[in-house]
Write a new protein. Sequence first.
Length: 118
Amino acid sequence: MYLRNPVDAKRAFYYIWIAFRCGVLGLRFFNLFKRKEADCPEVRAASSDFLEGDMGRRERARIAFHLERCDLCRAFVNTLRATVDLLRSAPALEPPEGFEQRIRDSLRGAGSRDAQVP
């Protein structure tokens, strides 16, 4: 690594110091700094997985870092969380009798109409 000025040297020393403090000195540590911060479209697309915990620690940390700094994305995720909580607390409803059969009949009718050629 070529250090062009004292700022580069200071930054390199800081990264190495953090690596020793975290106990993860190696390529995995330095890869953390290569990846850019998550952007708004990425955060919104991954918000459901973020809330469900369906992502790795590194990706989760990137999303959390963005949410700390972006009011719009934080509001989006908080609204999604509230919506999911509300839906989970709602009682399960049973469809009316004959509902499934009416749907099947409707789908069969639509399929036969599409198959007809004028």
